[in-house]
Design a protein around this ligand. Structure first.
Ligand SMILES: C[C@H](O)CC(=O)SCCNC(=O)CCNC(=O)[C@H](O)C(C)(C)COP(=O)(O)OP(=O)(O)OC[C@H]1O[C@@H](n2cnc3c(N)ncnc32)[C@H](O)[C@@H]1OP(=O)(O)O
Length: 734
């Protein structure tokens, strides 16, 4: 097998050995790089002409095959190796081989001083290597952090021991538990780096610093044994106790943050060497956890969404979008406008009259003001950002826009009219996007000659907060237009997922059975609040009934109709929601739905709801099923989510999604599916297609066609195959 990365060593006339990490694109620390680093160190220590050591990466230049490796200190341990280690296909180094033998005994324990010269990024193992050096020089913009927890593991090259000793326990905990990196400037203020210099001066400063350490002009700091930044023991215990309470509250299903705290505590109480060993054992155990497997899958799935066959592999370059117009200043339109101006796009917001326009503009302003209140934006920045927004009542100012996003109510005739208008007023290159969440885009564009530039830009509410952008293409949308919208999506910090055209597209389509399954259970005797509790315990931010309350019953009925029209054989019709709406209980906006709401939007269960459940049960002519009355949490989760998995299978089989991993990202970012379960399809595969199929079969017999397994699921189950594996013969609609 070819080597995955290496280091080189060059000894200068000054007696400094410069060891360079080389493993594009982010100089990740593969076992080959680490072994080579150990060898380079050994040589440097043995050679008489070497006085001191600098670890660095190549300088930033473009146009050569290694340019990806330049200017980035290291993105950490090689995440592509996780799969092999987890599957046992790669030999796992014995505990402590890297953290104790290489990082501590070879690097930190070397007889010669070493300095890390950090540019670009030093994340995870990258920062851990740097912390084992005797000093760190960085550029002001470099990103330094220990983001391991977001992969379901803990820092494993000594980070849990060295970071608290360099920046203090509170800050170290914050950096590890949030996984957020800090900039070079802040790292300098905290004492994590010793000096900030420009990229040009980086290596020379590091060389001089290393020689200064040798000559005792600068301190020879061994981070592992530094103590002065650590809080006194009593205080440290309190900090750790508080952190545990917070974690149990915020992430009750996650174990690894608590393990991280235990490992840090071990080092503080029993000494950093004992902490190192505990870290090594915990790291290896966590590497094999389901959480780690799910989060690593997510890491690659997230990067995979930007690879769309037939679009991103054609060598197309996204065109520059300089100005955007939005039609409709309601909740969605104003949210989209906010997202765009926040990323410096000038926006024209069009409404039908002064009153609506003013309320749209006010909404945008309120969105910005809430950022100021939360300390995420200064008042001055607000003014500057807000000045990018212009209002309009006609199409005059659409002459020079590069993209229009229509965000009016879900009315086909109205949208058709708007699209034939914008076709006339906008320049011929302009992208014509609709934010519809369910309507067929072919229908919307029916009255135009511009179907190659019509595309769906489906944002999720609140549009300036939710991270997903579902990009919907029809068979006629041109790859260039898809490429352009993906680029805008990334620039406004969304994750764009490209999907095909059908009722509900990918997210709403796969999740339409979610509240319906819950309704079936309630009509047959399961307590609705128990369902919401079981689903939130599983990890969803809210349960299905709370979700319907939030969206409002008007929306639930309108979208329900769309699905009923498109998929009548598998839609469950219940009168529960229409009956409640008749009595003016229409969800959170009316303060009453499945829950009642106080002034602070706090939801409380309402015994009155039982009346509607009983009425709906009579209309549906179903009986209470004693088995469903006492359903376990596990069964609730399966009965609510397996129909979602089943629909996701149809979405895949029809080629609406390019690959299963895209649905994982869509479910997590669009619906709040718990990331540590890896997404809907990844979770389903962890249970097995056979199991899901057999349960759906069982429920079909008991409760009807709603649960009937799809042909795709049946086929995968019969072969014992995973649901995510690519089809042998793809039948793509894209
Ligand atoms: C023992 C240790 O304590 C354990 C560890 O160190 S675990 C690793 C900890 N490090 C991390 O979590 C960092 C993960 N990486 C990132 O956050 C981001 O990739 C980054 C900030 C480094 C770069 O971001 P960005 O410039 O947007 O580029 P991005 O598309 O994410 O990555 C570029 C490529 O590098 C790959 N890559 C990034 N980090 C990697 C890593 N640590 N290992 C292997 N590949 C990595 C990506 O998969 C991507 O590959 P692709 O081009 O084939 O899709």
């Amino acid at each position: 097998m070819a080597n995955k990365g290496r280091t080189t060593m060059e000894v200068g006339a000054d007696g400094v050995a410069v060891i360079t990490l080389i493993n594009p694109p982010v100089n990740s620390l593969s076992l080959d790089v680490l072994t080579s680093l150990k060898e380079s160190y050994k040589q440097a220590v043995q050679r008489d002409d070497v006085k001191a050591i600098v670890i660095t990466v190549m300088e930033l230049t473009c146009g050569d095959p290694l340019s990806g490796a330049r200017g980035k200190f290291s993105g950490g341990f090689d995440i592509t190796a996780f799969g092999g280690l987890q599957a046992g296909k790669m030999e796992q180094p014995k505990p402590g081989y890297i953290s104790v033998e290489i990082v501590t005994d070879t690097l930190e324990g070397a007889r010669k001083p070493s300095v890390a010269a950090i540019d670009g990024l030093a994340l995870g193992g990258g920062l851990e290597i740097a912390m084992a050096c005797h000093a760190r020089i960085s550029t002001a913009t470099a990103q330094l952090g220990l983001p391991e927890l977001q992969l379901g593991i803990i820092p494993g090259f000594g980070g849990t021991q060295r970071l608290p000793r360099l920046v203090g326990l509170s800050k170290a905990l914050e950096m590890m538990l949030t996984s957020k990196p800090i900039k070079g400037e802040e790292a300098h203020a905290l004492g994590l780096v010793d000096a900030i210099v420009s990229p040009d001066e980086l290596v020379n400063t590091a060389r001089r610093w290393a020689l200064d350490i040798l000559e005792r002009r600068k301190p020879w700091v061994v981070s592992l044994y530094k103590t002065e930044k650590l809080e006194p023991l009593g205080e440290a215990r309190e900090i750790l106790k508080f952190a545990r309470v917070q974690i149990r509250k915020q992430a009750p299903n996650l174990k690894h943050p608590l393990v991280c705290i235990d490992v840090i505590e071990e080092g503080i109480i029993s000494g950093s060497r004992a902490g190192l060993w505990k870290e090594a054992e915990a790291f290896q155990a966590l590497l094999h956890s389901e959480t780690c497997k799910s989060l690593v899958h997510l890491f690659f799935a997230q990067r995979g969404v930007s690879k769309v066959p037939g679009v991103t592999d054609k060598g197309l370059v996204p065109r520059t979008v300089k100005k955007v117009a939005i039609i409709g200043g309601g909740l969605m339109g104003s949210g989209i406008a906010t997202a765009l101006i926040l990323s410096n796009y000038p926006v024209v917001l069009k409404e039908v009259n002064e009153k609506f326009l003013q309320s749209g503009i006010d909404r945008v302003k309120a969105n910005l003001q809430s950022r100021v209140k939360k300390g995420k934006m200064s008042q001055e920045k607000l003014e500057k950002t807000f000045s990018l927004l212009k209002g309009a009542l006609d199409y005059e100012s659409f002459k020079d826009v590069d993209m229009v996003i229509e965000a009016v109510i879900e009315n086909v005739a109205l949208k058709q009219q708007i699209f034939s208008d914008i076709e006339k007023y906008c320049p011929p290159h302009c992208i014509l996007a609709s934010n519809t969440s369910t309507i067929d885009l072919n229908l919307i564009g029916e009255k135009t000659q511009s179907n190659d530039r019509i595309i769906g830009a489906h944002f999720f509410s609140p549009a300036h907060v939710m991270p997903l952008l579902e990009i919907v293409r029809t068979q006629r949308t041109s790859p260039q237009v898809i490429m352009d919208l993906m680029d805008v999506g990334k620039k406004i910090k969304k994750t764009p997922v490209v999907v095909g055209n059908c009722t509900g597209f990918a997210v709403n389509r796969m999740f339409f059975p979610y509240p319906q399954a819950a309704t079936i259970l309630v009509e047959r005797g399961t307590n609705l609040y128990k369902i919401d509790r079981a689903i939130t315990k599983f990890g969803m931010p809210i349960g299905p009934f709370r979700m319907v309350d939030l969206a409002g019953f008007g929306v639930a009925i309108a979208t329900g109709m769309q699905f009923l029209e498109s998929f009548p054989e598998r839609c469950y019709k219940s009168m529960m929601i229409p009956l409640m709406q008749e009595d003016k209980r229409a969800g959170e906006a009316t303060r009453k739905g499945f829950y009642t709401y106080d002034n602070k939007r706090k939801a409380s269960p309402d015994p009155e709801v039982q009346k509607y459940v009983e009425k709906a049960r009579n209309i549906s002519d179903v009986k209470i099923d004693p088995k469903l009355v006492n359903l376990s949490d596990k069964d609730i989760v399966e009965m609510v989510f397996f129909p979602v998995v089943n629909e996701a299978c149809r979405v895949l089989a029809e080629g609406i999604a390019v690959k299963a991993a895209d649905l994982d990202i869509a479910a997590i970012m669009g619906m709040g599916f718990p990331p540590y379960r890896g997404g809907i399809m990844f979770w389903a595969d962890s249970l097995g297609s056979k199991y899901i199929y057999s349960r759906l079969e069982e429920w079909t017999k008991l409760y009807g066609e709603f649960f009937k397994p799809s042909a795709y699921l049946a086929e995968r189950a019969s072969k014992g195959a995973s649901l995510s594996a690519p089809a042998e013969q793809g039948k793509s609609r894209l």
